[in-house]
Design a protein around this ligand. Structure first.
Ligand SMILES: [Zn+2]
Ligand SMILES: [Zn+2]
Length: 365
């Protein structure tokens, strides 16, 4: 049964849909629930694919602040799909458009949003004030349909696949970090620590932006091999505990201009400080389980500038999408596992237990 819409435009949309709902810690089940309706400025998207990341495991174990209640909440923050209904005032997109998404939609009224720093919105989690993070503080993409604000949606060029589009959200995180440090890495030697999805996309972004040498540091051989295929000039196995010495040797006399920490490993921030050359930069885009120890005095003595950025702000998902469409960044190769939405528990088990070295696990509704 289709619902009658008051939206400006709508394709035929069923009144209910299949969606994963978090009923309690670790209790994520696919049920039927009402199909969401787009309000003013919003868009209803039929989900083609939704990726997963470590955050999805964390929110199933312990609710995040501002997470919708158990029994209602549908997670999933790395989705792509097709526009099927437009809320009032939306004329930037059309029915049938394929779109990529970014997670954050700032309130648009706090000082940070006014300055363009909407991933650091001061009204984070306040739906009433217009903020939403899809799949974190509002319903997301582990469902047949999802609503998001038009500012967080980007039309896909025809040559961009669904798999690439899922990874565009991830690439936006690396690109926002590079944006924040000044965006200019041409001719530089860059180290990326952590060959997870963010790290592997960031390797490619640095090459696309003209970095002379990109050194990827990780512990899993299969990941390092993929990193090399995706453009890393040198890969360094961090396992023997000599990552710093190996990086310094690979970098040569000039040293490392920039280290990007994308691993979240407790020892990595100290390694960054020891790898980077005097006067260089360290960019942290990872999250840590606990407070980390590092020799801050060394960072000061060596005139090292430290940066930390959150998520995929600064309109960098749109820019990352352009790099994908230009063939300069590849996302689809990171999609290693694909499950129908009904097998969501099995998919997360594979991710949690790292069965078959999953890089990006995706669900297809
Ligand atoms: Zn994520
Ligand atoms: Zn704001």
């Amino acid at each position: 049964m289709a619902y009658a819409t008051s939206e400006a435009q709508s394709a035929t949309v069923p009144a209910t849909m299949r969606a994963a709902v978090l009923f309690g810690p670790g209790d994520l089940r696919v049920v039927r629930k009402p199909t969401p309706r787009p309000g003013p400025g919003e868009v209803l998207v039929r989900v083609a694919m939704c990726g997963t990341c470590g955050t999805d495991l964390k929110i199933q174990a312990h609710p995040f602040p501002n997470q919708p209640p158990f029994g209602e909440f549908t997670p999933g923050h790395e989705w792509t799909g097709t526009v099927v209904a437009l809320g009032e005032t939306v004329d930037e997109l059309h029915l049938g458009d394929r779109v990529a998404s970014e997670v954050h939609k700032g309130c648009g009224r706090c000082e940070n949003c006014v300055l363009g720093m909407y991933t650091a919105c001061l009204n984070y989690g306040s739906v009433a004030k217009g903020h939403r993070t899809s799949g974190l503080t509002t319903d997301g993409g582990f469902a047949e349909y999802v609503v998001h604000h038009v500012t967080a949606l980007f039309p896909l060029p025809d040559n961009v696949s669904w798999e690439d589009a899922v990874l565009v959200t991830t690439a936006g995180t690396g690109l926002y970090g590079l944006d924040a440090i000044g965006g200019y890495v041409a001719g530089d030697t860059v180290v990326v620590i952590g060959p997870g999805p963010v790290g592997l996309m960031t390797v490619q972004l640095c090459k696309a932006l003209g970095a002379e040498r990109v050194i990827l540091v990780g512990t899993r051989q299969s990941r390092l091999e993929l990193g090399a295929r995706l453009g890393a000039d040198v890969v360094v196995d961090a396992r023997p505990g000599n990552a710093v010495a190996a990086v310094r040797e690979a970098a040569g006399k000039r040293g490392v201009d920039l280290v990007i920490e994308a691993s979240g490993a407790a020892e990595a921030p100290q390694q960054c400080i020891e790898m980077v050359r005097r006067g260089g930069k360290v960019l942290v885009v990872a999250y840590y389980k606990e407070p980390v120890r590092l020799d801050l005095g060394r960072a000061v003595r060596e005139d090292i500038t430290l940066y930390g950025t959150r998520g995929e702000g600064g309109n960098n998902v749109r820019r990352a999408l352009s790099l994908v469409a230009q063939g300069k960044v590849r996302g689809g190769e990171l999609v290693t596992h694909r499950f129908p939405l009904e097998q969501i528990q099995e998919g997360f088990r594979v991710l949690r237990e790292r069965e078959g070295d999953p890089i990006k696990v995706v669900f297809v509704p």
